[in-house]
Every structure is written in structure tokens, then in C-alpha cells.
Write a protein that binds this ligand. Structure first.
Ligand code: HEC
Length: 188
């Protein structure tokens, strides 16, 4: 008993010395060990699944909702998550962990799994992910807007650059083309 306590103490002291010496390389260019990577993924997946499981998912295929989502995606997400046809930005290239590229994902067709993914996307977009570059957008956006982003991010799976351009151009028409009461329209 006495031996194991002094052994424990010696280990704690060694860990303190190691941390204090700066031997751990915290650079984003220094990849995790495979085992560390596995543990981080395990923590992330379990944490998100537990916190997201009781969320109520609204209807996500509403077209005005998708346009709201597209508008926010274009304004706030493309630097890291890119758009169909876009080369990685300098910002995206330097991220560790890397931001997932949603348009390269395969759309989930199974209804249950799609709902699960929507809940998890919602939780991550609203709360962000600690020690990654993923910000918490829920501090500045209400739940309705976050769901609109979820709808669009799911829609992005498999999206072509033409389809993406269509979303953006419809959005621009709505935004720049206000009709007045005489039926004339003007740009703002
Ligand atoms: C500064 C870079 C950055 C910006 C801007 C950013 N993200 Fe992220 N995002 C990340 C990174 C990095 C990850 C992956 C973190 C990880 O691997 O744990 C991530 C993860 C995610 C995930 C989880 C993906 C999954 O597979 O579970 C979602 C959803 C997401 N982001 C949506 C968004 C949306 C929507 C926006 C815009 C409103 C946005 N992100 C803006 C960097 C960013």
C-alpha cells in the first residue's frame, strides 16, 4: 500500500515536470496519436449524442427555411466548410481538426438517421465544439435560424456548384429586388 502511494506520487510529479517543461507540442501542425484521436472522437460522439437526443426537430424541407439557411451559410460558414466547387481556403487549410466538407457527404436517406443527424447538427451549430475552430452560433442566433442552417447543411450533401449557385441567386433576387406598392421594383 505504502509503495503504491509513493509510486502514484512519483507519477504525478513526473507529469507535472513534463507539462511544465513544455515538451508537449501544442502546434496545430502536430497530429494527435491514433489512440488520442480515437479517444477524442469517442468523447465528441458520446457527448453530442447525449445532449442532442431529446431535441424536437421541426419540418426542415420548407423552401423559405432553406433560403434562410443558405444565406447564413454563405455569410458565415464557407471560409471553413467551403462550397461546392470551391478550392480549400487558406483558413480551411490551416485548421486542425479540419472542418468537414458537407457537400462531399452522401445524403442520408433513412428517415430515422436523418433526424438523428439533424439533432446533432443543431446541437453543434448552436453550442460549438470546444478546442476546435467551430464557434457557438447560438449566442447570436435564435433556434429557428439555427434549424434553418441545419436544413441547408443537410441539403448540401451531394450538392453541385450549379445547385449551390441557384440557392445563392434566388436569395440575391429576394434581397436586392424589393417590390413597392405600385408593382414597380427597385434595387437596394
Ligand atoms: C472558423 C472555422 C469554422 C467556421 C466559420 C464554421 N465552422 Fe463548423 N466546424 C469547424 C470545425 C473545425 C469543425 C470540426 C470539429 C471537429 O472535428 O471536432 C466543425 C464542425 C461543424 C459541424 C459538425 C459536423 C459533424 O460532422 O458533426 C457542423 C454541423 C458545423 N460545423 C456547421 C457549421 C455552420 C452551419 C457554420 C456557419 C454558421 C460553421 N460550421 C462555421 C469549423 C468552422
Amino acid at each position: 500500500m505504502k509503495i503504491s502511494i509513493s509510486l502514484l506520487l512519483a507519477m504525478v510529479i513526473l507529469v507535472v515536470i513534463a507539462i511544465n517543461s513544455g515538451v508537449y507540442n501544442i502546434a496545430a501542425t502536430e497530429k494527435h496519436w491514433a489512440i488520442t484521436e480515437k479517444i477524442i472522437t469517442w468523447v465528441r460522439v458520446s457527448s453530442i449524442a447525449t445532449r442532442a437526443k431529446d431535441l424536437q426537430v421541426p419540418t426542415l424541407n420548407d423552401s423559405s427555411m432553406l433560403l434562410t439557411g443558405a444565406e447564413h451559410y454563405e455569410a458565415m460558414c464557407t471560409n471553413c466548410h467551403l462550397t461546392p466547387g470551391q478550392e480549400p481556403t487558406e483558413l480551411a487549410a490551416g485548421l486542425y481538426p479540419q472542418a468537414p466538407v458537407f457537400h462531399r457527404r452522401t445524403p442520408i436517406t433513412n428517415k430515422e438517421n436523418r433526424l438523428e443527424q439533424a439533432k446533432e447538427y443543431f446541437w453543434v451549430i448552436k453550442n460549438g465544439l470546444k478546442m476546435t475552430a467551430m464557434p457557438a452560433w447560438g449566442l447570436t442566433h435564435d433556434d429557428e435560424t439555427v434549424w434553418a442552417m441545419v436544413a441547408f447543411v443537410q441539403k448540401l450533401a451531394g450538392m453541385t456548384s450549379n445547385e449551390y449557385a441557384e440557392f445563392t441567386s434566388v436569395r440575391n433576387k429576394i434581397h436586392n429586388h424589393n417590390h413597392d406598392h405600385n408593382g414597380n421594383h427597385h434595387h437596394d
